[in-house]
Write a protein that binds this ligand. Structure first.
Ligand SMILES: Cc1cc2nc3c(=O)[nH]c(=O)nc-3n(C[C@H](O)[C@H](O)[C@H](O)COP(=O)(O)OP(=O)(O)OC[C@H]3O[C@@H](n4cnc5c(N)ncnc54)[C@H](O)[C@@H]3O)c2cc1C
Length: 486
């Protein structure tokens, strides 16, 4: 088999790269060891959002009174809740198969390994086996049917997997990674979530709103440590109000497995504490899938276990590009897919099929980050602390959900919108949101940032009434002493 471009890994990075390259007239193949759609569609973004929707419904059903309703015998079938999320995943993953067919992209099932910069060998996976990433993956389960593929260009889009702390390895029974946490057999009575990044906070939120006793521990001083401190503090208060026990500056020292529970020893402020829970979710970061790929045969470089790539996703091996989680933070599906487009266009330009001048390198500072917990959190750009650390003189505006008509009507009065501008230039440096629907609203600020709009442009923009997005306007006005409704 011979292609202009062969993509390795069909997550959001890989399949988007393949589609864009096919649109530009390249002959494209894509190798996938597990299932189309990668982590995002099968074990990440999509199934978690389906689960969180169920948790939101449960929450609403228990708060009907405030809307003038009542209902008796409110209950749920947990198996059905889980099943629904799997059905949603499957539907989207099958959709990717349709897109591959439509774009005449050849899908090769199996695990790819480089022989040299222009050739890979693909080992077919045996039926029922799945590749879980890295040395923990069942690569040895490959059936031994090998296909050799030649391509002018390759894109490595092999993603990442859950980080494992030695001595605290997941056992699929009581110590879970996100995978087991997504397909539990039953709702645990109690749960310890280790790590309060987006994944940990979303699971804490899901399980708490379904009725589990949840403890969330975080090594940093604040939960959601990459977010603006003010927003993290609001999130903590809200989680605690919902009954989540939050412990910060907490270092997990050990996990001791019992028959039906796990005892965690956690060091907080120099003192050891024991937390016992039926299940533990380890959400302590992710590791790039770079093993067993034959990378030692290539010139490309690794840094802290990730493939080094420039803003155009080029590696040190001239015909090999790398995108998505395998090249590092932020580990987000929309970053992976955008990098896929850039890499595909760059390759097409090298083959004379696209104008290189039209290609822009990835701008990490313009990538939004969203956490779909209750409340939701969304941000783009610099936090207040980082803006100040960068020596910027700033103007900060805030607007609270409690003063917005649509939020009050929707019963969603908890939340804040915070914007940070460069005092000198009016550049929007960062936007930090917490509350209902903020994962949809953030896009307004992302467009403003990408288009390099200033505070003046945003102030002159008319926002529809009544909408929650009016708060985005008010927060900008607040930064310049012109706020109306507060
Ligand atoms: C629980 C959870 C929730 C998340 N929620 C969100 C969210 O809400 N929003 C968001 O933006 N991001 C979210 N993410 C992150 C998101 O899933 C990843 O950033 C995204 O999937 C990365 O895309 P990718 O294409 O780089 O890799 P992946 O999606 O990891 O895909 C890589 C693919 O490569 C395949 N592969 C690996 N090695 C080989 C090989 N040698 N040969 C062939 N195939 C191979 C794998 O089987 C896999 O299918 C979440 C992640 C998790 C775990």
């Amino acid at each position: 088999m011979k292609f202009d471009l062969c993509v390795i890994g069909a997550g959001p990075g890989g399949y988007v790269a393949a589609i864009r390259a096919a649109q530009l007239g390249l002959k494209v193949g894509i190798v996938e060891a597990n299932h189309l759609g990668g982590i995002c569609l099968n074990w990440g973004c999509i199934p978690t959002k389906a689960l969180l929707k169920s948790a939101e419904v449960n929450h609403l059903l228990h708060n009907l009174d405030s809307f003038g309703f009542s209902a008796e015998k409110i209950g749920f079938d947990f198996t059905k809740v889980i099943e629904r999320s799997r059905v949603v995943s499957k539907r989207l993953s099958s959709g990717i198969a349709g897109l591959m067919k439509k774009n005449k992209i050849e899908v090769i099932n199996g695990f790819a390994k480089f022989l040299d910069p222009h050739r890979i060998v693909v080992s077919e996976m045996s039926p029922g086996s799945s590749y879980l990433g890295g040395s923990g993956g069942r690569v040895s389960a490959a059936m031994g049917v090998h296909k050799e593929i030649e391509a002018s260009y390759f894109i490595i889009a092999t993603g990442a997997r859950a980080r494992v702390i030695p001595g605290m390895e997941p056992d699929a029974e009581n110590i879970w990674t996100y995978r087991e946490a997504m397909i539990p057999k039953a709702l645990p009575k109690s749960l310890l979530v280790v790590g309060s990044g987006a994944i940990g906070s979303e699971f804490a939120s899901f399980y708490r709103n379904m009725g589990a006793e949840v403890t969330l521990i975080e090594m940093a001083e604040n939960i959601l440590p990459v977010e603006d401190e003010e927003i993290s503090k609001i999130a903590r208060k809200s989680f605690e109000r919902q009954g989540i026990k939050v412990v910060t500056s907490a270092a997990l020292k050990s996990l001791k497995k019992g028959k039906t529970s796990v005892a965690a020893t956690v060091e907080v402020g120099g003192k050891a504490e024991e937390i016992t829970a039926e299940k533990v979710i380890m959400a302590v970061g992710i590791v790039a899938n770079v093993e067993n790929l034959g990378l030692e045969k290539l010139k490309l470089k690794l840094d802290k276990g990730r493939i080094v790539a420039n803003g155009y996703l080029e590696t040190a091996e001239p015909n090999i590009f790398a995108i998505g989680d395998v090249v590092g933070a932020p580990w987000l599906a929309h970053k992976a897919s955008h990098e896929g487009v850039i890499a595909a266009e760059k390759i097409a330009s090298k083959l004379g099929k696209y104008d290189a001048k039209k290609i822009h390198p990835i701008k990490i500072e313009n990538i939004p980050g969203c956490t779909y917990s209750m409340p939701q959190i969304a941000s783009v750009g610099l936090t207040e602390k980082k803006a100040l650390a960068a020596g910027k003189k700033i103007k900060v505006g805030r607007f609270s959900f409690v003063a917005n008509g649509k939020a009050i009507a929707a019963g969603e009065t908890e939340g804040l919108i915070k914007v940070i501008f460069d005092e000198k230039t009016g550049e929007l440096l960062g936007a930090h949101l917490i509350g209902a629907e903020v994962t949809e609203m953030i896009q307004g600020y992302v467009i403003a940032k990408q288009a390099e709009l200033t505070e003046e442009d945003l102030m002159h923009t008319i926002f529809a009434h009544p909408t929650m997005s009016e708060m985005m306007h008010e927060a900008v006005l607040d930064a310049y002493g012109k706020v109306i409704h507060s």
